[in-house]
Design a binder for this molecule. Sequence first.
Ligand code: 2PG
Ligand code: MG
Length: 423
Amino acid sequence: MSETSIGADDAVATVRAWEALDSRGTPTLGCSVVLAGGAAGRAIVPSGASTGSHDARERRDGGQSWDGLGVAGAVRVVIEEIGPALAGVPAREVDAVLESWDPSTDLAELGVHAALGVSVAAHRARARAAGVPLYELLAGGLPHRLPTPMVNVVSGGAHAGGAVDIQDVLVMPLRAGSFRTAIEWAWRVRRQAAALAERRGLVTTLVADEGGLGLQLPSNAAALGLVTEAIEAAGLEPGHDAALAVDVAANQLWDGSSYRLAAESRRLDAAGLIDELAGWVAKYPVVSIEDPLHDQDWDGWAEATRRLRGTQLVGDDLFSTAADRVAEAARRGVGTSVLIKPNQRGILSRAAETVATARRLGYQVVVSARSGDTEDHWLADLAVGWRADQIKVGSTTRSERTAKWNRLLEIEASCAPDLRFVT
Ligand code: 2PG
Ligand code: MG
């Protein structure tokens, strides 16, 4: 570890960076920013497995160390270049400096690790200097609201060794009344899903990247059926108290000519996949579908938006948290909701611009963690500060997931009278 320092009140004084590990054991970057007045912020950067073609780039080292996955180069950039350049810069201008440093939309020069680590750490330092929580700093005076959680129950795809093809089957409490109750309901549903699966002789102790159950089920629809049953077994009414959300993560299924449902030995074209999804919506209480088609298929997305009207259609890989792609979607009448993953853009101000664009164009905002996440919980503050409608961080197990739920529970408990829970 090394550092750079200089002095002057709320200006950046010291920037440190180091290598860390994420929840999959993949190297990542930790960073701290200390201001001259002594206020400090730190951040660890997450990383995804299912990525979009427009995501900002990660710069990994290659070579022998950490089998090529290390980020020592990014650590060096923070310590030797970004730190000295930021010395004396007011903390609120850090993002602007990063933006002008690398104006490319994919952050090809700076890379996600260096940029996001510094950006989040600087925001936290600012909040500390102002004596307010990070969510308060980001809210800009607007009343706070807590997002509805989308909680992973059954995992598949790239997060669970392809146990089923779709990446997530999540439960979404609809009428919980408070964030705490919403998490308790989701917790009950996950427990019931595990109990039901156990009774059917399935192994439930092996969990996937995001803490969801990685079950060897006969079909994708069977996963939807199981979670629907679990909602009932938890004493809740499916479709009324709690519903299903699905992340198809279709980029992972697309092989260049068709969508491969390996668990069912089937191949579908876009129209076939849309039919399949429409069938699920008719049969199960599905209220939200993420990435129903791959991220280059604007026409397929437009068709899915028409066919699945009434169902939330979330763009993750489609948007890559980029404001211009949200604007393009609005022109084409595509999707209803934007997934916000800050590391898809790499600088908080850019992700915030996408949130603002989504709102202006009438899209819902869903803030999301990554499948390779960390014990750090800054995402929870972002979701509250940006007044997200929903948040998705994985299941109710595994510390990198519960860190975010726990932070939201803390925020609700600490300022409940000022807070509105979104349903
Ligand atoms: C997603 C995310 C989070 P990953 O696809 O929505 O679940 O996964 O971080 O692997 O992109
Ligand atoms: Mg996704």
